[in-house]
Design a protein around this ligand. Structure first.
Ligand code: FES
Length: 106
């Protein structure tokens, strides 16, 4: 289990505990956090689960697969800290992870 902090674009902060094995996207959807649409349900086929990872966490995350990079190109205003939250799987090591949500999803 890990505490994950989601910061909405309007700076509203949600910190929740998410079970290991779920994705950062699933943690948001199951807790009704607005700003992550996840239209494809986690199949890496929509880019509507795009988040900006806080810089101090970005390099601690598992590397992106090729397909994730391609999908991020279709996200709304991606930057160098962008990830697809459906590809970030919760483990104890991610305790404290903070992600910011974009103004809108793709
Ligand atoms: S939920 Fe569709 S790419 Fe993540």
């Amino acid at each position: 289990m890990a505490k994950i902090t989601y910061i909405e674009n309007n700076e509203k902060i949600h910190t929740i505990e998410v079970d290991n094995g779920l994705s950062v996207m699933e943690g948001a959807v199951q807790n009704n956090i607005p700003g992550i649409d996840a239209d494809c349900g986690g199949a890496m086929a929509c880019a509507t689960c795009h988040v900006y990872v806080k810089e101090e966490w970005f390099n601690k995350l598992p590397k992106k697969e090729d397909g994730e990079e391609d999908m991020l190109d279709m996200a709304y205003e991606p930057n160098k800290f962008s990830r697809l939250s459906c590809q970030l799987i919760i483990s104890d090591e991610l305790n404290g992870l903070t992600v910011k949500l974009p103004t809108k999803q793709a």
